[in-house]
Design a protein around this ligand. Structure first.
Ligand code: 3YP
Ligand code: ZN
Length: 370
């Protein structure tokens, strides 16, 4: 199998400012700090591990070019795009829209490059140039709605890629399987009424946004039944994610028969992540990758594109990402998860009753998908 890989130095230049999460503030007692939780170093470290491990030699490197304005306008309002460009023109940049998603001067250009990276990886897979691809893009996108950037997301990279595949590559059915630990509200908002996009999100219940991602949010109009939410109780690890894929995600994909699967892949469901309370380990992400790529082989000639979303542990994101990309490439570099001796015994490997119930409840709503 030929596995595409995409990174760009500018993805490591996203300037997340001097705040930890919210901007620093004397009045609020928020000291400046060297690294914002979403500091790009975390993703750059994953890229460096892909190179230093030698895995890069087994990958087909893809090159991003900026998405065009038209590419982004397929899924975002012009007012949002224009506001991002205006914010990016300011000497110290601006914010995606919710006040806790800062970016520096020219951050708009990097956001266009992230969306362009998603398009390029999708083009390469659909054209058959590569069999599958991993786009290590930044800034992330899955919280960005049609008219608003939020949750560190500026443009919805995955939605841009899906719309490009439908409108420019002639596809008719695209599935999104978002396993970032936070709700994929952006694609749900953008494709709410679209029967051509099956949007599936697994996420820690109420983690972020705290008011969306509930099981009964299933799409509207022509898109009824095309939105699947699997809210999970905090503390879930490898077992509940595997169970959710086997019991809900893969059956939904088999019913919908997409021609392409896009995976907004965040590593913030990992056991060492600061922005959620789940317990997935690197070996768990590896198994999820095997499960969904096997499903892609059965359903859509293996056409699957992974698009980087969240993941905030500079220690553990590289381990998780290496596991996923090794699995995609069918290569083992021999570099094991160095944290396994510490985190391996903490649990998450047995499916607990309340976890099974949460997944089964989401699965009970599946019949609406055809
Ligand atoms: O990783 C993320 C960002 C979540 C944070 C955004 C503000 C507080 C939680 N979304 O996928
Ligand atoms: Zn996230």
């Amino acid at each position: 199998t030929r596995t595409g890989y995409l990174w760009n130095t500018l993805y490591g230049w996203v300037d997340t400012g001097s705040g930890g999460l919210a901007p620093s503030s004397v009045a609020a007692g928020l000291q400046p700090i060297s690294h914002h939780v979403a500091h790009p170093d975390t993703k750059r470290r994953l890229h460096e591990l892909v190179v230093a491990s030698g895995l890069i030699e087994h990958l087909h490197e893809l090159s991003a070019s900026p998405a065009s304005r038209a590419d982004v306008l397929r899924v975002h309002d012009a007012a949002h795009v224009d506001r991002i460009i205006a914010e990016g023109a300011q000497p110290k940049g601006g914010d995606a829209g919710d006040g806790v998603s800062p970016f520096g001067q020219g951050g708009d250009a990097i956001a266009f490059l992230a969306a362009g990276g998603a398009i390029e990886a999708t083009r390469a897979v659909v054209s058959g140039e590569v069999d599958r691809a991993y786009a290590l893009i930044n800034p992330p996108g899955h919280h960005a709605e049609r008219a608003l950037g939020r949750g560190f997301c500026i443009f919805n990279n995955t939605a841009v890629a899906a719309a490009y595949a439908l409108e420019e590559l002639g596809l008719e059915r695209v599935a999104i399987v978002d396993w970032d630990v936070h709700h994929g509200n952006g694609a749900q908002d953008i494709f709410w009424e679209s029967p051509q996009v099956l949007n599936i999100s697994l996420h820690q219940n109420r983690c972020f946004p705290s008011d969306s991602g509930f099981r009964d949010e299933n799409g509207g109009g022509e898109g009824a039944g095309r939105s699947v939410n699997i809210p999970l109780p905090p503390g879930g690890g490898n077992a509940v994610y595997e169970y959710a894929l086997e019991q809900v995600v893969i059956p939904a994909l088999e019913a919908f028969e997409p021609q392409l699967i896009l995976v907004p892949c965040g590593f913030d469901a990992a056991i060492m992540d600061p922005l959620a309370r789940m317990m997935v380990r690197a070996d768990g992400f590896r198994r999820l990758t095997r499960l969904i790529t096997d499903a892609a082989e059965r359903i859509c000639d293996g056409r699957i594109v992974f698009l980087q979303e969240g993941g905030y542990s500079p220690y553990y994101v590289p381990c998780c990402g290496l596991g996923v990309i090794e699995e995609l490439a069918g290569v083992t570099t021999g570099i094991a998860d160095a944290y396994e001796p510490i985190v391996g015994a903490m649990g998450g490997d047995e499916l607990l009753a309340h976890e099974r119930e949460a997944v089964d409840a989401a699965g009970a709503l599946l019949p609406g998908i055809t």
